[in-house]
Design a binder for this molecule. Structure first.
Ligand code: XMP
Length: 333
């Protein structure tokens, strides 16, 4: 709509005035906020922006590929793709405590990002280097960091809209979304030409699959979980509710698969299997502080379970989580 188009013009102008001919670094996570910030800043200053995408090995199936296709491919933005999965998995080996896992992932994330940012700041032959760090901070983040926070919320902010990082890096801070609510950020994303599936995606936690694999994180588990979760999400998007005309991805606020490092017995053909279990989780909520488990159609659950068990060798049992928050949390860790 035209109001958003005006907003784009306005925001673009402001970024150009702020940045001038200097260069900007942005940490791209594939989430809504950093994606919209990247698209907006790229619209304003083009190649003066370099995005850094850190793959910690705990992302969803093909996430890295999709981010690169969208930003480097379609928008022609400069994107540095850092595959740090081996490093993250190495540091997580043997660690089972959820908060400990969060701490390690958050710390490594900052390390890897800082190293890349330092290189971009230094510049190279004839290239003067970056002076700005852009972040996809939105208005609710600004409010939240002023007030009381839960332990988890602190962790969230500690490695995404990172307090203190610009100072540590000696960079100026650029936050073009800081006056906007989430809905406005999404509208802005659409106005900038980002695909609605990207802009209306469910939230995904910074520690990623690291908190959706219970206990110790292993590559084998992450690979199985990624494939199972992709099937669940695909079927949610495919399954339309006739009463509302919406699909079940749209009808849920967050949906994902959890990997349980537990084996149970099954049969397949003439043989016995002894394989892992996953739990499907889908909730409806307006604020993520309380949430109801979603009453997904049985037909949908049946389809998802059948596909996961048939297509993902190594998983032979699928369960559905029927716990609301409180007392359960949305994530299992
Ligand atoms: P819980 O599990 O606390 O989750 O009911 C509420 C919302 O917060 C997200 N969440 C996180 N997001 N880092 C994040 O960026 C985290 O460590 C984290 N833990 C939970 C969760 O996905 C849900 O949307």
């Amino acid at each position: 709509d035209w109001i958003m188009t005006d907003h784009v013009e306005e925001a673009v102008k402001r970024i150009r005035e702020q940045v001038g001919d200097e260069e900007v670094i942005l940490g791209l996570s594939g989430g809504v906020d950093s994606s919209v910030a990247a698209a907006l800043i790229h619209r304003a200053i083009g190649d003066q922006l370099t995005c850094v995408f850190v793959d910690h090995g705990l992302l969803r199936l093909d996430e890295g590929k999709m981010v690169m296709e969208m930003f480097a491919g379609r928008l022609h933005a400069k994107v540095v793709h850092v595959d740090a999965s081996a490093q993250f998995l190495g540091h997580l080996a043997g660690v089972t405590d959820p908060e400990q896992k969060r701490k390690i992932i958050g710390r490594e994330f900052v390390e890897v990002f800082k190293a890349e940012a330092a290189k971009l700041k230094a510049g190279d032959g004839g290239h003067k280097g970056a002076q700005w760090l852009a972040q996809g901070t939105i208005y609710p983040d600004v409010v939240e960091s002023g007030g009381a926070k839960t332990k988890k919320a602190t962790t969230i902010k500690s490695h995404h809209n990172v307090g203190g990082l610009p100072e540590q890096l000696g960079l100026k801070l650029l936050e073009p979304l800081r006056d906007l609510f989430k809905d406005e950020v999404r509208e802005l994303g659409v106005a900038l030409g980002l695909p609605p599936e990207m802009v209306y995606r469910h939230p995904f936690p910074g520690p990623g699959l690291g908190v959706r694999i219970l206990g110790e994180v292993k590559k084998e588990y992450a690979d199985l979980l990624r494939r199972a979760d992709a099937i669940f999400i695909e079927e949610l998007r495919n399954w339309t509710d006739s009463a509302t005309g919406k699909n079940w991805y749209e009808l849920t606020s967050q949906a994902f698969t959890v990997f349980l490092p537990v084996k149970s017995v099954g049969v397949m053909g003439d043989g016995r299997t002894y394989d892992y279990v996953v739990a499907l989780r889908a909730v409806q909520t307006s604020d993520f502080m309380t949430a109801d488990w979603a009453e997904l159609p049985y037909g949908l659950l049946k389809k998802v379970s059948g596909r996961i068990i048939n297509e993902v060798r190594g998983i032979n049992r699928v369960t559905y989580d029927v716990s609301s928050k409180p007392p359960a949390t949305i994530e299992w860790e």
